[in-house]
Design a protein around this ligand. Structure first.
Ligand code: C2E
Ligand code: CA
Ligand code: CA
Ligand code: CA
Length: 281
């Protein structure tokens, strides 16, 4: 970061996050990062189990820090979320992701994480509308990933926003399903196109903990019954893949297939025909 005086290399570790000074410095650096183009989106493939076709990518934010290298989102998104800065980061991500996806084959979607604060900000609908208009991306190629915490907001406003987004034609996924204070009434109230089974269930699904596998199966059953897609995330090992397929998973994301990759690498692999991708339109 440029601001004189601070100058020194910082370690944005979990311990330091507790300190107000460090928190402020991280926020300052992050504001600089936006202006100085240090943020990047990396893309992780979403794979259809049936035929291993890549049907989409999740956009995951990275901070290419001048001294610190690639900073993972868990070390800065939560802090940005405690201020209005998340709105700017989120808008940047949405526009970047739509512009990038517009260059991909038409069968390929892009999923963008949206923080609850961003979702409840006044201008959110027009931010989404503008990102689509600028990029000329078809609305149904954009999937917004929301967590249950969006329902903490004023329920009428939340419902209204869902209506507007559905009218616009974008897809909506419920992220980290089962990890928060899940209430199934959310599923009744909101028109989700997809549920995402959190990695924490997959981590333990092939071990002694029989419940994780059962919960995965139940979430898949629930989404089938409600006509929603389901993606199981965090599949790292072959035995996990086998298990989630056996439980009926149609889509997976995980290191077993690929990590989140920089855009250039995604394009290279597409070009090289390394991934099975359905052709345009
Ligand atoms: P998430 O939305 O649950 O994203 C999935 C996380 O799991 C990503 O971590 C992804 O890289 C990681 N992952 C996927 N497959 C595997 C696997 O097989 N093994 C392991 N160990 N990890 C796997 P990442 O990229 O570090 O992102 C962490 C979180 O940061 C995300 O969790 C999301 O909540 C947040 N985030 C990332 N980008 C954005 C963004 O643009 N906006 C917002 N609001 N949040 C974001
Ligand atoms: Ca996500
Ligand atoms: Ca997750
Ligand atoms: Ca998440």
């Amino acid at each position: 970061a440029k601001h004189g005086g601070r100058g020194q290399f910082r370690f944005y570790s979990a311990d330091l996050k507790d300190g107000e000074v460090e928190r402020q410095e991280l926020l300052d650096d992050l504001r600089d990062a936006l202006v100085e183009d240090q943020l990047e989106l990396h893309y992780q493939p979403v794979v259809r189990c049936e035929d291993s076709a890549v049907v989409g990518f999740e956009a995951l934010m990275r901070w290419n820090h001048p001294e610190r290298g690639m900073v993972p989102p868990d070390s800065f998104i939560p802090i940005a979320e405690s201020t209005a800065l998340i709105n700017r980061l989120g808008e940047w991500a949405l526009r970047r992701a739509c512009a990038d996806a517009a260059e991909w084959p038409e069968s390929v979607r892009v999923a963008v994480n949206v923080s609850p604060k961003q979702f409840s900000q006044k201008g959110f609908l027009s931010i989404v509308t503008n990102a689509l208009a600028e990029s000329e991306l078809a609305p149904d190629r954009l999937e917004l990933e929301l967590t249950e915490s969006v329902f903490m907001g004023d329920s009428e406003t939340v419902e209204e926003m869902f209506d507007q987004l559905k009218k616009l034609g974008v897809r909506i996924a419920l992220d980290d399903f089962g990890t928060g204070y899940s209430s199934l009434s959310y599923l009744r109230a909101a028109p989700f196109d997809k549920l995402k089974v959190d990695k924490s269930f997959v981590d333990s699904c092939t071990g002694k903990d029989q419940n994780s596998a059962k919960i995965i199966a139940a979430i898949i059953g629930l989404s089938d019954a409600l006509g929603m897609d389901v993606t199981v995330e965090g599949v790292e090992a072959f035995d996990q893949l086998e298990l989630v397929k056996e439980k009926g998973a149609k889509f997976i994301q995980g290191w077993l297939y690929a990590k989140a990759l920089p855009l250039a690498e995604v394009l290279e692999r597409m070009e090289a025909g390394e991934w099975k991708i359905e052709p345009d339109g």
